[in-house]
Design a protein around this ligand. Sequence first.
Ligand code: SF4
Length: 337
Amino acid sequence: MATTPLLTVRNLKKHFPVKKGMFGKTVGHVKAVDDISFYVNHGETLGIVGESGCGKSTTGRVLMRLLEPTAGDIQFDGKDLTSLSAEEMRKTRRDIQMVFQDPYASLNPRHTIGKILEEPLIVHGMSDSIERKKKVQDFLEVVGLHAFHAKRYPHQFSGGQRQRIGIARALMTNPKLIIADEPVSALDVSIQAQVLNLMQDLQKEFNLTYIFIAHDLGVVRHISDRVGVMYLGKLVEIAPSEQLYEKPMHPYTQALLSAVPVPDPDFHKERLLIEGDMPDPAAPPLGCAFHTRCPYKMEICTTDIPQLIEQHTGHSVACHLYGSQGDNDIKQMEGSL
Ligand code: SF4
């Protein structure tokens, strides 16, 4: 494994203006992605998890520059993506592909699967149509379909098959990084496992790196090497998968995990319930954005934004319960008992 990460993201922000009135005056901003930093190593899978509206899908789109970042730095495979021209970025997209949640919505219903899969090859300059058709047939088989499926239309496939087509389309340009945005959320549980297994097999076969976005910690558990948890535009915890699931540190991660069903009926885990709804992203709470729902809220949480601080090797958390200030508070509390 190379030592330099394939992708390094620093202080990434995506703010959307909130406009009001006849003249569309900007009255505020929704901080959909608010100053997040992370990296993804070659060949690994980083899961990004959080409730809907936390900014995880926006992050995926900003990385592809389908949305322009408000600020921040995206280094991918030795290139600074934020400084590339539109044309340079178009060429770079052959190395970064996306798989979407709803394959049906992302496949043109009037085109055959063959045409859909050939399109990225045409865009990226493969002019030989025989070569293109051969590649389409090969990749249909790689994802567990058949060469003759190239003549069919999207509506002739099941949800799971359509997601296989979505994955084949992402693979057509031999990408290095695939950003999968809720790729199995629309599928039945039994089909989810098949698609996840396929993605894992393809990762080994083609040496792929994945960013796997999901709202459910259960789904990303087995596919991810590391997992980052987002809340209201911020990364609140990031850790190697095993550590995050065994010893979650952030109260929000603990609550998300306690909502994941456990298959063993004899295992009774303590449930940490979070109260209330996600706050309005256009008017997030001051201090820690989670303080309105956190059972461990302290005074400092309502005023100071906790920074993401590494607590153990590779395990960082943004919470005043840990780190220097939180430590002092806890020590003071212990001392006063
Ligand atoms: Fe809860 Fe405070 Fe930690 Fe935020 S910083 S998660 S409010 S304890």
